[in-house]
Design a protein around this ligand. Structure first.
Ligand code: IMP
Length: 199
């Protein structure tokens, strides 16, 4: 059976990954399909090692070929913050929109091109015999206010010049075409094809 576990509790990520891989006709399952509630602590300080931690642990728990992802937003004027802490920036209890407001307030005196930022994604695929990783970036700017309601996380405040819009105003398909996650997944696709013998 061509089953792939996409090991994340983030619904926004699952949507994007499922659509991106839909042409491979895999049976994509999530952690909730396997009743796995464990949240792997992202205790390392790089996207690569956190991605690896998650994919190895969920592969161990499930026994299924597992794809995990670690991603985040790096803002130049904030010396790369929130970085690997993006999901927890400002504290565990904040909502996505609270985090957007926090970042906008930290950026209130930063002007024009100095508002540059990038999204980073590292996807890691673990099977019984091998581990592969792939990384992708999307460059953009932090807006001065929230724009758009699609996507998740920092999408309402992440401006993509080539789209003249924020990622919160793009469809999942449009975002996948340019995004950090889309690029990282593109790099892992050949490995998936080989593992599942897809021609
Ligand atoms: P993690 O990979 O589970 O540590 O979470 C990554 C966090 O980075 C998310 O919870 C978001 O806050 C942020 N992030 C990563 N990718 C995106 C994206 O595509 N859009 C908006 N926020 C993102």
């Amino acid at each position: 059976m061509n089953t792939l576990l996409v090991a994340t509790h983030n619904i926004g990520k699952i949507k994007e990954i499922k659509l991106f891989l839909s042409d491979l006709n895999l049976k994509i399952i999530s952690l909730s399909d396997l009743n796995i509630t464990k949240v792997v602590e992202e205790k390392d300080d790089t996207f690569l090692s956190n991605s690896l931690l998650k994919s190895k642990e969920y592969h161990r728990l499930s026994g299924v070929i597992t794809l995990a992802e670690d991603s985040g937003l790096e803002v130049e004027a904030l010396n790369g913050r929130p970085g690997v802490l993006s999901a927890r920036y400002g504290g565990e209890n904040l909502s996505d929109s609270d985090r957007n407001d926090l970042l906008l307030s930290e950026m209130k005196d930063v002007k024009g091109l100095e508002r540059s930022a990038r999204y980073v994604s590292v996807v890691t695929l673990v099977s019984n015999n091998e581990i592969s990783s792939s990384c992708g970036y999307l460059n953009g700017y932090i807006t001065h206010q929230r724009i758009g309601i699609k996507g998740f996380g920092y999408d309402p405040i992440f401006w993509v010049p080539s789209k003249s819009n924020t990622t919160a105003n793009l469809s999942v398909r449009q975002k996948n075409e340019i995004s950090h996650r889309g690029k990282a997944l593109e790099g892992i696709k050949p490995v998936l094809k080989r593992l599942y013998k897809i021609v």
